[in-house]
Design a protein around this ligand. Sequence first.
Ligand SMILES: [Zn+2]
Length: 253
Amino acid sequence: MEVIFLGTGTSQGIPIIGSDHPVCKSEDPRDKRLRVSVLVSWDDYTYVVDCGPDFRQQMLSNDVRRIDGVLFTHEHADHTMGLDDIRPFFFRQGDIPIYAHKRVMEALRIRFDYIFSSENKYPGAPSVIENVLTNQPFALGNLDVIPINASHNRLQVFGFRFGEFAYLTDVKTVAAEEVKKLKGLKVLVVNALRIEAHHSHFNLEEALQFIEEVAPEKAYLTHISPNLGFHAAVEKTLPEHVFIAYDNLKITI
Ligand SMILES: [Zn+2]
């Protein structure tokens, strides 16, 4: 399995428009972060988790020619606003399967009504195949993917376990029975927004505690804000098996 970090930044991305924060001015390419998303590929299958405002740029930078579907963690704009840009895939492949909680699907139907409408459809608008997720394993290609139910303050979010790889973002709390689903991982990805506490995201300390509890072989941090600090400086302070993800990083599991 191959995972490409398409984006590793918080909702505004880094740099933030008009910001003089030193991390926003950093010349280290690892400090430039598009909105969070990963591309997960195995055998002949390729799926994207989340489809934010930078989706088009992310597909171009990584020369992605085909996707088998898009999985959504939740409905916030930084995870969904690129959905219209599935058009090139739709033109070549036909209707694109999407996977989301019922509530997220409803939010997408409101924001992208023209994608979901079945009558008088604008020629050129993309179409999707809706797959509503519950907290039960579901088939993706030849793999059973396990949803991990978690909370982003009061909002439900899904993380996803693909074999020995799991991806969780925008998480603040995870119930003990959901943590059990994450045992025996080679790689865990989890959000670590910043150093200070936040109402709906793990900060660095909480992310590290969570990694200790899950005990994967390796862990990568994502959904990073300028207030986590410079990539190079913060990574030096982390345990040996924990890394900060950066845009276009490719890992093999
Ligand atoms: Zn987010």
